[in-house]
Design a protein around this ligand. Structure first.
Ligand code: MSP
Length: 519
C-alpha cells in the first residue's frame, strides 16, 4: 500500500479564541486534503494545539486557572471551531497529551546521548512574548527592540543548547537543490538569504524551572523544562509514531504506540502548511532537528501570508478583528470558506473587508453559482417535469477543459487558481442560458428538441460543478447533488467526466443555495 498523503497545519497557541488567520490556514489545508481524497489518494490531515510555554502560563494566571484547566477549557472551544469550519482532520494533537510528552522526552534523550546538546551560561536579551533570546541584530539603531517583542529584559541563565551551527552548509545545499521544499519561491529565497548571510546561532532548548514551569520536563535534568518550539515542532511526528509508523518506531523502539498493528509510514509529511511568521522554525530548526534524529525531511513547507482587516493588523485590543464564527452564523460556512480561498492566494498577505466579502457573496455565489443551479434545475422541472433528457455534448469541451485545468491547479495547491478555473464553467453556463434562451425555446413546440439539448447541457454542468466544488464548499456541493436527486456524495473527481446524468432520471426540488441577503 502506498504511503498516505500526510498534511499538517501549524498548531495554534491556546491563549485565546481562534480568529480569521487561524481559520484560513486550517481551511486551505482542508481544501488540499479533500481535493487529494477526491483524486483517490489516502490522506491524513493533522491539526492541533500548542499548549506549553510562557504565553499560555501567563494567560492561565490572568484567568485564575491552572494551566492545564485553562488549556482543557480552550481546547474544547478550538475543537468545536474545527467542526464549525467543517474540517476533515484525521486527528487533533494537543501538546499536553501523554503521547506527545513521552515522545518529546524520547527525542531529547536520544539527542542528548548522541551529543547534540551542551550546557552554557548565556547573558542576553530575552523576549517573553516571543519566548526567545534576541541578539544585537534584532536591535534598532537606537538600541531599542521592535514592539512586536513586547517587554525585553536582560537575563543571565544557564541552559541546554542544540548545536545548530554545524548544520548550516548541508541545509543551504538541500534547499538549493530541492526547489519545491519551501514554497512559494520568494519564501524559499528568504530562507536562503537568511542562511547565507548569517551564521546560525545554536538553539537554546531549555528553560529553567525557576522561570517557567509550564513545559515538558527535560528527561536528563529535573531543573529544566523544554523550550516550547522544540516541543511544538515534534507534534508532526508524535501522531504518526503513536499510530505505529514504521520509520519512526525503528528509531524509537521503546515507544509504545497505541496500536500493536504497525502502519505503513506516514512520515515524512508531504506538506506542512504554515504562516510566514514561523518560516524560520519550520525551514531551519525543524529540518536540523530531523536530520539530527536521522529522519527524512518533510517534502514541502507551504507558506501563506497574513490577513489584515481594513488595511491594518488585526488586534483584539483595538477591536479590529474578524470573528469567523459570527460570519459563519450569518452567511454559512461555505460562504466563508469560499471567500477566504478565493480572495487570497497562498503566499501574499490579504485584506479582509466586509464589503469585499459581501460583494463576492452576491456576485459569485448568489448571482453566479446559485443562480445557475437554480435556473437550470427550475427550468428542467417546469419544462420537462424534472426528467433528464437525452445526453447532449455542447458544453462538454468547455467542461473537460475546466476539469483538467482544475485538477492540475489542485495538484499544485493553487487553490485560488482552481476556483478561478471553476468559475470559467459557471460563467460559461450562465452565458449559455443567455445565448440559448431556453425560456423562449419553451414557447415554441418546434424547438422542443433544442430545448432538450440545452437543458441537458445545463444540468450536467451543474453536476460537474458540484464535484469540482466539493473540496472548497462541500455542503453546497452536496446540496447540488441532492437537488439533482443523485445518490452518494460529489466527492470523487473521476466522476467529473461529462455524461454522468442519465436520460430518464428525475431530479429533486431546486432550492436557493445562497439566499440573497439584505446587504
Ligand atoms: N504555536 C505556534 C505554531 C507552532 S507549529 C509547530 C504559533 N501559533 S499561533 O497561534 O501564533 O499561529 C498559528 C498559525 O496561525 C501560524 O501559522 C500563523 O502564521 C497563523 N496566523 C496567525 N495570525 C494570522 C493572520 N492574521 N493571518 C494569517 N495567518 C495567521 O505560531
Amino acid at each position: 500500500m502506498s504511503k498516505p498523503f500526510y498534511i499538517t497545519t501549524a498548531i495554534d497557541y491556546v491563549n485565546g479564541q481562534p480568529h480569521l488567520g487561524h481559520a484560513y490556514e486550517k481551511i486551505i489545508t482542508d481544501v488540499i486534503s479533500r481535493a487529494r481524497r477526491s483524486f483517490g489518494q489516502e490522506v491524513f490531515y493533522l491539526t492541533g494545539l500548542d499548549e506549553h510555554g510562557q504565553k499560555v502560563q501567563q494567560a492561565a494566571q490572568a484567568d485564575g486557572k491552572t494551566p492545564q484547566d485553562y488549556c482543557d477549557g480552550l481546547a474544547a472551544d478550538w475543537q468545536a471551531f474545527a467542526q464549525k469550519l467543517e474540517l476533515t482532520n484525521n486527528d487533533f494533537v494537543r501538546t499536553t497529551s501523554t503521547r506527545h510528552k513521552q515522545f518529546v522526552q524520547a527525542i531529547l534523550t536520544k539527542l542528548q546521548i548522541a551529543g547534540e546538546f551542551y550546557q552554557k551560561t548565556y547573558e542576553g536579551f530575552y523576549s517573553a512574548k516571543e519566548e526567545t533570546f534576541l541578539t544585537e541584530k534584532d536591535r534598532h539603531p537606537d538600541g531599542t527592540f521592535d514592539t512586536s517583542y513586547g517587554e525585553v529584559v536582560k537575563i543571565q541563565e544557564n541552559n541546554y543548547w542544540f548545536k545548530l551551527k554545524a548544520h548550516q552548509r548541508w541545509l543551504i545545499d538541500y534547499i538549493e537543490s530541492n526547489p519545491s521544499f519551501v514554497q512559494p519561491d520568494y519564501r524559499r529565497n528568504e530562507v536562503l538569504g537568511f542562511l547565507k548571510n548569517n551564521e546560525l546561532e545554536d538553539l537554546c532548548i531549555s528553560r529553567p524551572l525557576a522561570r517557567l514551569n509550564w513545559g515538558i520536563p527535560l528527561p536528563f535534568d529535573k531543573d529544566y523544562v523544554t523550550y516550547v518550539w522544540f516541543d511544538a515542532l515534534v507534534n508532526y511526528i508524535t501522531v504518526p509514531a503513536n499510530m505505529g509508523d514504521k520509520t519512526l518506531l525503528a528509531l524509537f523502539p521503546n515507544l509504545q504506540p497505541s496500536t500493536s498493528q504497525l502502519q505503513p509510514a506516514l512520515w515524512p509529511a508531504d506538506i506542512h502548511v504554515i504562516g510566514k511568521d514561523i518560516l524560520k522554525f519550520h525551514a531551519v530548526y525543524w529540518p536540523i532537528m530531523l536530520k539530527a534524529m536521522g529522519l527524512p525531511l518533510p517534502k514541502q513547507i507551504l507558506v501563506h501570508g497574513w490577513w489584515q482587516k481594513d488595511g491594518s493588523k488585526m488586534s483584539k485590543s483595538t477591536g479590529n478583528v474578524v470573528d469567523p464564527v459570527a460570519i459563519i452564523n450569518k452567511w454559512g460556512v461555505d460562504a466563508f470558506r469560499f471567500y477566504v480561498v478565493r480572495e487570497l492566494a497562498i503566499g501574499p498577505d490579504g485584506n479582509w473587508t466586509d464589503s469585499g466579502f459581501k460583494s463576492r457573496y452576491s456576485a459569485e455565489l448568489a448571482n453566479g453559482l446559485g443562480n445557475l443551479v437554480n435556473r437550470a434545475l427550475s427550468m428542467l422541472k417546469r419544462y420537462r417535469n424534472g426528467i433528464v433528457p437525452a445526453r447532449h455534448d455542447e458544453l462538454a469541451p468547455d467542461a473537460a477543459k475546466v476539469v483538467a485545468a482544475t485538477q492540475a491547479l489542485l495538484q499544485e495547491s493553487d487553490l485560488q487558481g482552481a476556483l478561478q478555473s471553476i468559475w470559467q464553467l459557471v460563467n460559461r453556463a450562465n452565458q449559455y442560458v443567455d445565448q440559448t434562451k431556453p425560456f423562449s425555446l419553451a414557447k415554441d413546440p418546434a424547438q422542443s428538441q433544442r430545448l432538450d439539448e440545452v437543458l441537458y447541457n445545463l444540468v450536467e454542468s451543474c453536476r460537474v460543478l458540484a464535484i469540482l466544488l466539493c473540496p472548497f464548499i462541500p455542503g453546497t456541493a452536496t446540496k447540488i447533488y441532492t437537488q439533482l436527486a443523485l445518490t452518494g456524495l460529489p466527492d470523487k473527481f473521476s466522476a467529473a467526466t461529462w455524461g454522468g446524468l442519465q436520460a430518464g432520471q428525475t431530479i429533486g426540488d431546486p432550492a436557493p443555495l445562497f439566499p440573497r441577503k439584505d446587504v
